[in-house]
Design a protein around this ligand. Sequence first.
Ligand SMILES: [Zn+2]
Length: 225
Amino acid sequence: MSADDPELREQMLAAVRRLDALGLNRGSTGNLSLRASGGGLWITPTGMSPEELGAGDMVRLGDDGQVQQGAWAPSTEWPFHRAIYIRRPELRAVVHLHSPHATALACLRRGLPAFHYMVAVAGGDSVPCTPYHLFGTEALSQAVGAAFADRQACLMANHGLVAAGATLGQALKVALEIEALCGIYLQALAVGEPALLSTEQMAEVIERFKSYGKARRAPPAGHQG
Ligand SMILES: [Zn+2]
């Protein structure tokens, strides 16, 4: 792959358009990034709507946060993207949304407890909600970095959702699942207090997810689908 990463930037554009079509990226509130080959990251530019965005508009930042390529300013929220890549070397894609259900829960300053087994998609028995900090600040980056120590998603108080993955497809999958779970959790809370799964029950799910992932990556010989 060339250092210019044209394929990665096309993937990013496709993801922005998909999130927009799903109604999860109102205006230009969301942003996403991928690790660049050879260091640094590619991130969507600030203040550009999905309709006007092209693959050539993505901005490359060095490990120091300086713009290395691109005509536009990077998303103002780039610092927490970088914080995740520093904290978790195996994660290569970060998706950030102000999607309605996750944001509603984040405005209650509540994360997701183990109310449904799919909460384990984020790597543990809960999805935390970080304390409120101003967007683009070092304080917010530190809070998100800490939340990602052992998770692949978190909510940010009075702000929105962040999800990450080893690929952009995986980061999107986690983001969409958490957004859906937040909607279900809010609906359940409207009626009562949902029953929670135990630590042991969630540990079973996490273990099952690990073996499911392995089977998908290396299907047995003769396996057709
Ligand atoms: Zn935001």
